[in-house]
Design a protein around this ligand. Structure first.
Ligand code: CTP
Length: 397
């Protein structure tokens, strides 16, 4: 709940500004007072009238609006809030913030403030990936700015990838986490994430398509609840969560060693897509083509890290959570997997191509516990992570 919280919401110019309208509603539903600020570019996407009608407050737009200065100077405006939220945050506002520029009302407020700042970036994938944006992002994090998202997904510009603004409910949850109690404070959570790479020779390996997105989102959600997170990750394509202790590994065996070294933990979450097999005795030198003969790879079984930890006699984490990606009989298969591996919960999802979940922005999971199967409604992957983190917090406290 956000009762009695005043949020200065800065909308900057991107197509995601339309989600800003819903965000205002959601924040107000939870009791927050929202003071909106629009940049010139944002006005191209949403009208000041719509924003002020939803916020129930005057919209601030211009640094040199003397009436505003008479009523409330920009310094006071920036400091009267409990939180400044920039959503959507364009590459341009991030660059201005990182450089400390103040050439319009929004950037001046951000420079003049001493209140916490959160941003929800939204931009084209190339702009997000550009080294300049990544430099600015790193600088903003160093400056103490909290970054929400962005998500991977289809964009209004027709491209796919990171840069899509988090959904309003994900942003609201991050805001609530900022103000709320930190139920995971003092709890150590171990998370495995990403794929593993199993070498064939020094240049070739066997891999899988896991991006590491779900594991990173769960880590972020647990960090928001105050957990101390060790994040053991294979070579993932998404960035590792800021604020976690990151242990980068390549193979399943290295992941197993890193997990063992990171224990004890209050909870362990196994979101990694671990290769079930490795190449037995990978070649030390590059395998050469030989005319007329095909190479034969012999496989050896990898350790089942989840089963190993779930069945530990001494030092088993209080809560052990596994994942199951299924295409058929999701609940039956995942329920059997929970018993076979000895874990407490299984997060099962249907990855049949027609669900669009693999590589998509949404997920529909079924949580399997000792009490049975609980289907969750389809929602953004970040939201799944936040709700799962909350359930973990409830189970541990
Ligand atoms: N897991 C693990 N170590 C392995 C293999 C899997 O920790 N060597 C964990 C994964 O992180 C995940 C769960 O076990 O939490 C998945 O179990 P797995 O038996 O690999 O199931 P699936 O990949 O879903 O496939 P299968 O249908 O082969 O059972």
């Amino acid at each position: 709940m956000l009762q009695d919280k005043r949020i200065l919401l800065i909308l900057t110019g991107g197509i995601a500004a339309y989600k800003g309208l819903d965000l205002i509603r959601r924040l107000r539903e939870r009791g927050a007072a929202v003071t909106p600020v629009l940049t010139r570019a944002a006005e191209q996407f949403v009208t000041p009238l719509a924003v002020s009608a939803l916020a129930g407050e005057k919209v601030y737009r211009d640094l040199f609006d003397l009436t505003d200065e008479a009523e409330m100077g920009h310094i006071q405006l920036s400091r009267s809030a409990d939180l400044i939220l920039v959503a959507p945050a364009t590459a341009d506002i991030m660059a201005k913030m990182a450089q400390g520029r103040a050439d319009d009302l929004a950037s001046t407020l951000l420079l003049a403030t001493d209140t916490p700042v959160m941003i929800a970036p939204a931009m084209n994938v190339r702009m997000w990936d550009h080294p300049a944006t990544q430099r600015n992002l790193a600088q903003l994090r160093r400056d103490g700015v909290t970054v929400i998202g962005p998500n991977d997904g289809d964009m209004a510009c027709g491209e796919f990838g990171p840069g899509r603004m988090s959904e309003p409910l994900e942003i609201v949850a991050a805001v609530e986490a900022h103000f709320g109690p930190r139920p995971m404070s003092g709890k150590h959570v171990l998370i495995t994430s990403g794929p593993t790479h199993e070498p064939i020779d020094p240049v070739r390996y066997i891999a899988n398509r896991s991006s590491g997105a779900q594991g990173a989102a769960i880590a972020t959600a647990l960090l928001d609840l105050g957990a101390d997170v060790t994040f053991v990750t294979g070579p993932a394509t998404v960035a590792a969560p800021q604020g976690a202790r990151i242990v980068a590994v390549e193979t399943a065996q290295e992941m197993q060693d890193a997990v063992t070294a990171a224990l004890p933990a209050d909870a362990a979450i196994f979101a990694a897509a671990v290769a079930d097999w490795r190449v037995d005795r990978a070649s030390d030198s590059k395998m050469k083509k030989q005319k007329g003969t095909l190479p034969t790879l012999r496989f050896a079984e990898n350790p089942d890290i989840l089963a190993h930890v779930a069945q530990m006699v001494d030092g088993r984490p209080g809560l052990v959570v596994g994942f199951a990606a299924e295409t058929d009989d999701v609940v039956a298969n995942a329920t059997a997997k929970r018993t076979r591996k000895g874990c407490d919960w299984i997060v099962a999802n249907d990855v049949s191509p027609e669900t669009g979940i693999m590589g998509g922005t949404e997920n529909a999971i079924t949580l399997i516990t000792q009490d049975g199967a609980e289907p969750w409604p389809r929602m953004a992957k970040g939201r799944v992570a936040q709700q799962l983190a909350q359930r973990i917090a409830d189970a541990l406290t």
